[in-house]
Design a protein around this ligand. Structure first.
Ligand SMILES: CC(C)(COP(=O)(O)OP(=O)(O)OC[C@H]1O[C@@H](n2cnc3c(N)ncnc32)[C@H](O)[C@@H]1OP(=O)(O)O)[C@@H](O)C(=O)NCCC(=O)NCCS
Length: 214
């Protein structure tokens, strides 16, 4: 199958986790036991769960949220708002809106029916290029970036879960969280493009791109 034939778009809705009575019941049980615990210092502070450099935001009970990854119209205003909030040097509105048509796969992650992140992939022959992935800063660090990346990797894999298409991407050398995410999911560095990215204000120097492949 040609990767650009839109195979993923037909019925490509992937439910990654669904609200279930069970998970509500489990959460309610855990909360009940928490509220009756009296041992001082028993529970670690929320910050103790967070790696250095992570934002110290209280965790949401992610298992109680309905999450859905589905194809989206990336030119809808809410996605450009996420783009501008997440990136220090966002794409222009025009570049963003141009990512439509059969050579693009655009997916959104909805949490309780609200979009919180997206991916944009370009599809050519047997290659998938992850052009953009972003999670709104208010929702970063909750595993949503990983869900979105896994959706791309699932798309690029065959039914036996073996890589079917090569997946490429570029990332700013300074973007430690994105690089950590990509390495975690098996991407390897295959090259560098010095001066590829425009500076993120207030910096004035262009930045090197690391090219990665999986
Ligand atoms: C990169 C981005 C998509 C990650 O999304 P996220 O929802 O915050 O990431 P997750 O919570 O799913 O974390 C998944 C993995 O990413 C890495 N990661 C995420 N945030 C990190 C941070 N602040 N520091 C180090 N590693 C981090 C870790 O490997 C993490 O796995 P772990 O939790 O098991 O350690 C998000 O930070 C983002 O939108 N950044 C701005 C846009 C951007 O830079 N996009 C990439 C362009 S190439």
């Amino acid at each position: 199958m040609d990767v650009a034939d839109g195979g993923a778009f037909a019925g490509g809705v992937v439910s990654v986790a669904e609200r279930s009575q069970q998970s509500f019941a489990a959460t309610a049980d855990r909360n009940k036991s928490r509220s009756t615990a009296t041992a001082p210092g028993y529970y670690p502070m929320v910050q103790d769960h967070i790696k250095p450099g992570r934002k110290t935001r209280p965790m949401e009970p992610a298992e109680t949220l309905a999450k859905l990854i589905a194809p989206c119209d990336i030119s809808a205003p809410e996605f450009y708002l996420i783009e501008c909030a997440a990136h220090g040097a966002p794409w222009s509105r025009t570049s963003f809106n141009d990512c439509t048509g059969k050579y693009y796969r655009t997916q959104a992650l909805y949490v309780d029916q609200k979009p919180v992140g997206f991916t944009i992939c370009r599809l050519v022959a047997d290659e998938v290029t992850l052009m953009n992935i972003a999670v709104h800063p208010e929702h970063q660090g909750k595993g949503y970036g990983a869900l979105l990346l896994k959706d791309v990797l699932n798309y690029a894999s065959d039914k036996q879960n073996q890589p079917q298409y090569k997946v490429f991407l570029e990332v700013r050398e300074s973007n430690r969280s994105a690089i950590a995410l990509y390495r975690k999911y098996g991407f390897q560095d295959i090259g560098r493009r010095p001066g590829y990215y425009p500076p993120v204000p207030p910096a004035r120097k262009k930045e090197t791109a690391i090219v990665m492949r999986r």
